[in-house]
Write a protein that binds this ligand. Sequence first.
Ligand code: TXE
Length: 484
Amino acid sequence: MTADTTILNYINGNLQAPQSGRFLDNYDPSTGSIYSQIPDSDSQDVQLAVDAARNAFPSWSSCGVQERSRVMLRIADLISKNLDALAKAESQDNGKPMWLSSSVDIPRAESNFRFFATAILHFSSEAHRMEQLAINYTIRQPIGIVGCISPWNLPLYLFTWKIAPALATGNCVVAKPSELTPMTAYLLAKICQEAGLPPGVLNIVHGLGGNTGQAIVDHPEIKAISFTGGTQTGRTIAATAAPMFKKLSLELGGKNPNIIFADCDFDEMMDTTMRSSFSNNGQICLCGSRIYVERPIYDRFREEIVKRTRDLKVGNPLSEQVDLGALVSKAHLEKIQSYLKLAQEEGGQILCGGAIIDHKEAHLRNGYYLSPAVIEGLPIHCRTNQEEIFGPVVTIAPFDTEEEAIALANGTVYGLASTLWTSNLQRATRVAEQLQSGIVWVNCWMLRDLRTPFGGVKNSGVGREGGLEALRFFTEAKNVCLKY
Ligand code: TXE
C-alpha cells in the first residue's frame, strides 16, 4: 500500500477527483514542504456522496449484523496487515513519531473496527411489560445517512472511532478527515475497497472545514453529525444543525487539570505526568495542561519536571530516538508561540522550553519543531490558564487544600478530563465526584476501555462516544406498544 501524491475522494466505492478539479497542498510538517495534493471538495462532491449513501442504505441496513460485522472485521484485518504503511503515512502527515503511530494510532484504528464489529453482535434493547395489558418493546434502527467529521491530532484513530459504530449500526456514512491529515483516510478507502465494503456505504470527502465540512453539516439528508475538533467549530456546527433538529455528538476542546497530592506514588506519577503533558506534542484533547501540586512536594516536582522536560528529544518523526516530532502545521506552531508570549506578558515564567529547534539536518530546518515548555507563576484566571493551547506547554502551580485544588481544577469553561494522584482512596472518590469533567483518571492517564462513556461537560462537548453510548447515538429508538 502506497501513500500516493494525489489523494482522491472515495465516493460510491470509487476513488475520484473533486468535481471542481481543484486540489489543495498537503504539507509534511517534519520538513515544511508540500508532499501531496488533496481534493478541495465542495457541496457538489458532498451531494454525490449523499446520493451514493442513499442508494446503499436499504441493503446495508437490512443485510444483518453478522454480515456487517464480517466486512468490518475484514477492514480491521487489513488495517493490521498494513500497519507499517499506515503508521508511516500518519507520521509524515501529522509529524508524530513513527513509534507512536505504529504503537498507538494505527493499532487503535484497528481496535475501533474490531470492537464495534463485535459489539453490534451483542447490542440489545429493552422491553417493558404492562401487566395484563400490553408489552412495549424498543427497537433501535439506524438513522440513515450520518456525517462524521474528525480532526488532525489522532487522524485515523478518531476517524475510525466515529465511522465504525456508525457502520456497525447500519448507517451509511459521509465522512471528512481533517484537511491537515488526510492521507490515512485515503488509505482506509483503499482498504474498504479491498475488504469488499459495498459501494456507497462509506464515502470519504476531502477538503476544507468551512467548505466540505460545512456542506456535510448543511445537508438536509444527513441526519446526525458526530464531530471532534475545536470548541469554536463545534459552536458553528451546533448553530447550523440545531434548527434542522439533527442529532449531534460534539467532542471538543479541553483545559484538563492534573491534581497531584503529596501522598501519591511520586515515581509513577512523574512518569505518567510526562506522558499526560507531552504525548503527541500535547496535541491530545485529554492531555493535562494545568498541573496543580500539593505544596509539600511542589519544589521536588518542579525540579523533576523541568529536568525531564529538558531531556525530551524533539526531532525527525521517522527516527526511533525522538520523544516528540513536529507540530502539525505552521499555523499551529505560531498559535502556540503566541501563547508562550502571552504567558510572559501575563507574568508567567517559562522554566524551560518554548524555543524553535535548530536542526543540524538541513531538510528539517523548515519543519515545525518546538521544545516542550513548563510555565510557572500564573493565576487561574489568566488567558494562558483558561484557553486551550493544544501544544507541548504546561503550567504548574502549588495548592494547599483539597478544596482549593477542586476549585482550581473546575475553574475553566472546559470539562473534558481530569487526572488525580493520591494513595488515599476516600479522597480519590470524594474529589472525583466533585470534578466537573466527563472523565476522571485516578493514578493513571489515557487508560482506555472502549466500552466506557467518552466525552466532556461544559464547553468540552455534548453527548458521549464509546461502547453502548455510540451504538445508541447512531440509532433511533422506536417503542412499539402491543396490547394483548
Ligand atoms: O480544528 P477544527 P482546528 C482544538 C485545538 C486547536 C483548535 C483549532 O485547540 O488548536 O481546536 O484546531 C472541520 N463545518 N482542537 O482549527 O477547525 C475541519 O476541517 C464542519 C481540539 O484545526 O475544529 C476538521 O476536519 N466541519 C480537538 C475538523 O472540523 C468543519 C482536535 C476539526 O477542525 C468546519 C483538534 C465547519 N464549519 C483541534 N470548520 C480535540 N477535541 O481533540 C472546520 N471543520
